[in-house]
Design a protein around this ligand. Structure first.
Ligand code: FAD
Length: 458
């Protein structure tokens, strides 16, 4: 009988164990359900919807070349899948396991109604697979990473199924264009379009280039002006490529660059490991005892204004503004600059990290419930790691230390004419239309430390 493949963030044909298993068992009906309600405040943001549209289009085209297609449905994922199963006379649904809390719930509900075959494949290892000596899952990255490395390399990637046979009759499908995932007016996606190629083939092309570049990763990855990281994050997030494919393409004889890179890939696994244990991690501080730092009832209107200046890249700190504008224009931001901008929001502006998490969620093409939440809580010191709130990043020092002058020139044209010496922290008379700093670094630092002390004493 027909086999349903429930597609989510696993939009590929190769190393797709759910698709592979379904294709062995009978005619395949790939289904994607756009379920905007289940995720609540983590329904896909604008940049994610843009990517999703193109990724579904690309996978749909690949399937069409194999005389197959994706059935598109909108609404409650469980209800829609059961409807498709009924229409098609299918008795089994295959899917790759996902760990976002709303998807775990949906997986649980489905299991009660139909045979659900869940497969692993979007992580190096399934979360919970590596455990402490006491048998509990890890909370902290370093021991998690060491333990996971002992189990590497991951299993060999699976090939594409040789044949994907079609059902005699296709269930009804929405049209992708009717979902209106792309912006209409204003069309804010011009920069994103220019910057990215979406889909499984594009992911593999980028990986092939990266094989020649990964050796320099250790040195280059911290320099925002240099194209020194893989930029595979949206492809990995949407499952256009699997981490096992990336690992096996790069593994062996690639020296320090590869070793450091492997640890970053492990951060991705780690983030899932954390949200599995604490499903609300991307929404709520893990250590609530620190929350008073950000609870200042008299700052209501100021927070809104400050938040907007940060979102728009108008803080007067060139490295912060370059990052926030890169995010808006391209749907991506350099990792070091993500750390700098996040720290600036949480410590310099004393705004609760969840506001930043939500903005990133809306703007990033790689917005990921686990990775975004884990990195934001890491920055704000509210997460599972030891509290690092008092280690306040100095954005101006970071900017010159990591040589961000050309990066700033690219994204902050108002000051692009300034010299390497002036551009990190222009004197007021050199700023022209560019805003003055919202708050001086020293003052911000003292204010943050005072708020921290107060929260500890109160
Ligand atoms: P590379 O440096 O080439 O790294 C390779 C891969 O490893 C990445 O593609 C990514 O899948 C993974 N990775 C690297 N660093 C991390 C990390 N710190 N945490 C988790 N995975 C990592 N990454 C996301 O994928 N989605 C997010 O929503 C996200 N939000 C972030 C929010 C903040 C505040 C910060 C500081 C970091 C965030 N990151 C997020 C992590 C990191 O910035 C991006 O994964 C990275 O910049 C992507 O670029 P790249 O593919 O060139 O990474």
């Amino acid at each position: 009988s027909p086999q349903i493949v429930w597609l989510r963030r696993d939009l590929r044909l190769a190393d797709q164990p759910a698709l592979y298993a379904a294709a062995q068992a009978g005619p395949v009906i790939p289904v994607y359900v756009l379920d905007d309600d289940a995720a609540g405040d983590h329904a896909y943001g604008g940049a994610s919807r843009w990517w999703l549209h193109h990724s579904l289009e690309s996978l749909g085209n690949s399937l069409a070349r194999r005389h197959s297609q994706i059935v598109l449905r909108r609404g409650d994922a469980v209800e829609q899948l059961l409807k498709v199963a009924e229409e098609a006379g299918a008795s089994c649904i295959h899917a790759i396991r996902h760990y976002e809390p709303w998807w775990r719930k949906a997986q649980g509900r489905l299991k009660d109604s139909i045979e659900l075959c869940l497969h692993d494949g979007n992580y190096l290892l399934p979360p919970g697979a590596v455990r402490t000596g006491a048998g509990t899952p890890y909370k902290i990255y370093t021991p998690f990473s060491k333990s996971l490395l002992d189990h590497m390399p991951p299993n060999d990637p699976m090939p594409e199924p040789e044949t994907i046979s079609s059902p005699e009759k296709w269930p009804q499908s929405d049209s992708l264009d009717d979902w209106q995932l792309l912006p209409t007016k204003p069309d804010w996606a011009g920069g994103i379009r220019e910057f990215w190629r979406v889909g499984e083939a594009a992911a593999h092309e980028r990986l092939a280039e990266w094989e020649d570049e990964v050796a320099d990763y250790d040195d280059a990855r911290n320099l925002p002006s240099v194209d020194g990281s893989s930029r595979l994050s949206p492809h990995l997030h949407w499952g256009e490529i699997s981490p096992a494919q990336v690992w096996h393409a790069l593994d062996g004889r690639r020296g320090k660059g590869w070793e450091v890179y492997a640890k970053e890939l492990i951060w991705r696994d780690y983030a899932q490991n954390v949200i599995c244990q604490t499903p609300d991690y991307a929404k709520q501080s893990y250590r609530d005892g620190y929350a008073d730092i950000w609870r200042n009832p008299n700052r209501g209107h100021l927070i809104a204004e400050d938040l907007q200046a940060w979102q728009r890249g108008l803080t007067g700190y060139p490295i912060v503004d370059a990052g926030m504008r890169e995010l808006w224009q391209t749907g991506w931001m350099h990792n070091r600059v993500r750390m700098i901008t996040a720290s600036f929001l949480v410590k310099h502006l004393l705004i609760d990290w969840t506001h930043g998490e939500q903005w990133f969620w809306d703007c990033l093409v790689d917005a990921d419930y686990g990775s975004n939440g884990v990195n934001w809580q890491w920055t704000s010191g509210t997460g599972v790691d030891s509290n690092m709130f008092v280690r306040i990043m100095a954005p101006l020092t970071q900017s010159s230390k990591f040589d961000a002058a050309d990066y700033i020139r690219e994204y902050v044209p108002e000051i692009s004419h300034l010299s390497d010496d002036d551009i990190h922290d222009p004197a007021d008379e050199l700023r022209g239309d560019y805003p003055v700093k919202m708050i001086a670094h020293r003052e911000a630092r003292e204010r943050a430390l005072a708020a921290y002390r107060q929260s500890r004493n109160g």
